[in-house]
Design a protein around this ligand. Structure first.
Ligand SMILES: [Zn+2]
Length: 259
């Protein structure tokens, strides 16, 4: 999960009027105005370079969906608010079973809150509500998630009295962030990054030893590693985590410092 600054996402032309009219049509008719959020999809998608806000993958087999962070079924007042829309893949957004593990995940219409919190009934009450689901559009939330280099996502904090740890645990399950396909994609990325680091290190040594023909290949290997961290790349946050394990190598430290 990578922070997406929703403040910079532009609404499509005529959005405010269309959203106001849809809201005024009544709670029972929300489903008849799905074009309001669908029209926002291109801009939402562009903000994350076509990646799902939750898992950082591009689902090339589907067009993705507009998820309501606060579900429209429970938060009818937030059904047509741009700041409630997230671009999501169907794996993170919809309830489905992982065929390999049998585990069920995906957000669906769930939106659990910390005990004692009441669901916000309007925008002004959001500050009183502590959702258990991490929000990619909240700058502090993606940092609650960490990764093992074998591709398994874990909470950053190991202290279960830390609210961010509880939120991370809940979110990993709710967004299906340890779906077996996703874990496998991360595991493969980690292997490729580790191989590229070894290759770069070997080329750098050859270059240092006077083999000038190694310079171009070394530059290409560093470029490939930098591309992994780019905000346009899938799994960029995970890739950064993998590289951080090698920051004792000066060239890796430089790559991380430039990110
Ligand atoms: Zn996803």
């Amino acid at each position: 999960m990578r922070f997406i600054d929703i403040a910079f996402i532009l609404p499509p032309a005529g959005f405010d009027q269309k959203a106001a009219e849809a809201q005024a049509d009544g709670d029972e008719n929300i489903g008849n105005h799905s074009d309001v959020w669908r029209d926002c999809k291109p801009n939402l998608k562009q903000a994350s370079f076509d990646k799902c806000y939750y898992c950082e993958m591009k689902d090339i087999r589907s067009d993705g969906t507009v998820d309501h962070y606060r579900p429209k079924s429970k938060y009818k007042w937030a059904a047509f608010r741009l700041d409630n829309f997230r671009f999501a893949c169907t794996f993170c957004n919809s309830r489905r079973t992982d065929q390999k593990t049998g585990e069920i995940g995906g957000k669906g219409a769930g939106f659990p809150l910390f005990e004692g919190c009441e669901p916000a009934t309007c925008d002004d009450e959001i500050c009183n509500e502590i959702p258990l689901l991490l929000d990619p559009c909240n700058a502090a939330d993606p940092d609650a998630l960490d990764y093992r280099t074998d591709g398994v996502m874990v909470p950053t904090s190991e202290n279960d009295a830390n609210p961010q740890m509880v939120r991370a645990m809940t979110s990993i399950e709710a967004y299906h962030l340890n779906h077996s396909d996703l874990q496998e994609a991360r595991r493969r990325a980690a292997i490729e990054i580790q191989e590229k680091i070894t290759e770069a290190e070997s080329l750098m040594k050859r270059f240092s030893d006077g083999d000038l023909s190694a310079k171009q290949a070394y530059t290409s290997a560093v470029r490939d590693l930098k591309r992994r961290l780019d905000q346009r790349a899938e799994l960029s946050v995970f890739s950064k985590r993998v590289l951080q394990a090698y920051k004792n190598k000066p060239f890796v430290e430089q790559i991380l410092a430039a990110d």
